[in-house]
Design a protein around this ligand. Sequence first.
Ligand code: BDP
Length: 679
Amino acid sequence: MTVPAQADDGYRLWLRNIAAQTGTAQVEVHGDSATLRIAADELRTGLGANAGPVVLARANDPSIAALRIDVAGLGTEGYDIRTTQVGGRSVILVTAGSDIGILHGAYALLRHARTGSDMARIGVRGARFGLRMLNHWDNLDGVVERGYAGQSLWDWWTLPDVRDPRYVDYARANAAIGINGTVVNNVNAKAISLTAPYIAKTAALADVFRPYGIKVYLSARFSAPVELGGLKTADPRDPAVAAWWKAKADEIYRAIPDFGGFLVKANSEGQPGPRDYGASHADGANMLAAAVAPHGGIVMWRAFVYADTDPEDRAKQAYTEFRPLDGKFADNVLVQVKNGAIDFQPREPFHPLFGAMPRTPLMMEFQITKEYLGFATHLAYLGPLFEEVLDARTGVRAGETVAAVVDGRAQGHALSGMAGVANIGRDRDWSGGTFNQANWYAFGRLAWDPTLSSEAIAREWAAQTFGNDPVIVETVTRMMLRSREAVVDYTGPLGLAHLMATGHHYGPGPWVDDLQRPEWNPVYYHRADRNGIGFDRTRTGSNAVAQYAPGVARKLADPKTTPLEQLLWFHHLPWDYRLPGGSTLWVELVRRYDRGVATVDAMRRDWASLKPRIDEERWTKTDSFLAIQAREARWWRDASLAYWMSINRLPLPAGSPPPEHDLAWYKAQRFPFAPGNPQ
Ligand code: BDP
């Protein structure tokens, strides 16, 4: 039996060094820069003495120019790693067209060493998406909206003077997985982030991140010209407004010469925006884009809009609003689209905008923090969710996947990107639990290479996080791969979604029907009545299916050809509707709730079997979390079934236990201090 790993508080993430036992590696660096020094230091301390020697050099460095390594196809951040002769000896050469490329190569080399994989297989790698971005929903008072890992990492109060060493470790962890940008403040932005003192604070962060190849971006509040500039309007067509933003951009670039640009949530959930003045989203985005363009900046304009006055199916609204704007955005604008048309649910069909705006670079937005998947305590590995969306076929062009739309090459877009709403906070283990780190990790790896499988990513994460013991890697990978589907099963099987409690979104609330706006209520989404359940999005209903390409729409219009996983997202069906396997909808629904609960129990057993192999601190925390998850999976299942049965009056299938409490009990639960909920 392997000796359990040493005490570990999870701080080191995927950067746990194996060199301590084996001495340091020989690393020779050609050239000098802060970035190259970081790469060399990481390798010296991170690689064992058995690896190497390693040479780091740009492809055009005289020492290796004779090798004529072609880095043209690697982009500005890709790398080439090979075993070759340099200066008469056999070395591992890490080369690239830039120092940042070399740094990414160094981290790739470390990853291979830590996972025990074959160095010869590293080869040549370029990033598929240009912008690989974390979105921090961090407020200036330190509260992280939908954050479950403690306070914000950014200590705005002591910045810019105090450069907490954690900022460096944050940059290291991100660079190691290929992240190259970070939006440091919440999309529900305050204008104060754009004032001089706060620009200086952000500039300090930018200084720390720069050698790691990470740029900073800010969420911009659209009404800032009114709030800060004293203007009467923020109308993007008003020249004074445009001039205010231009001057503001100039001011930011004076402090942060490589500032990335702005992220904007406009006219969504109460945020100000161009629609307040009758201008379009393109008008707003382009005005900001013009302000940052002279400096090489970009604007990421979110498509997450749904209006409080619009009775149209919420799932249709972003498409309705944005698709007519295709081709109207400036060259340095990306439209950032959530993976699904509603809101980061445990499962959603891909957003119909992907493929529908060929003349606009569309940036993918995933949520890494688990607002709708059990917060920090439920184990839900999101690799399969990300993969499912990226691999989905748009049906617009033959074989076109969502990943291909996002990478934009077919359309000749210069910009491409993927954003993830971060799950990072000041908790010692960064993400509020070891397995949550895997979601940050998987996001970065897929943003670099969306062709990686979620399984391969789980394996390499497990090996780096817990060590290379094959029993650990197998068991942990098995747990991870089942985990997201388990959450779908116990919270919203067969395409149900948005059934959580109000505000904090913690726990079940499918009965909620009294909120001000219809689309805030879970009953709006499931539409259950005595006869059936589900949202009819076919022609007899909202016809949201028509927003997909014809081939996809045709399949989704018929319950028989709709994937079971999305059935009730698109169809309202009788409780006794017969599914392909022969069982009724009701029986299958219950079976899935039960399966979700059983899977969590199996995950607990798997974890228990690893006790002798994993350090106590991390083992115990995850074990307690799994106990919470097991209890809450039952709670979700029982509360949901109690509610469905109050509507359909059907008995539970044989062998399925009755809910522990009656419906009134579930409805009476209150959670006033649930974390992550902005007040
Ligand atoms: C919702 C969150 C809310 C965010 C919003 C967004 O509940 O806190 O502000 O998404 O993405 O899911 O803007």
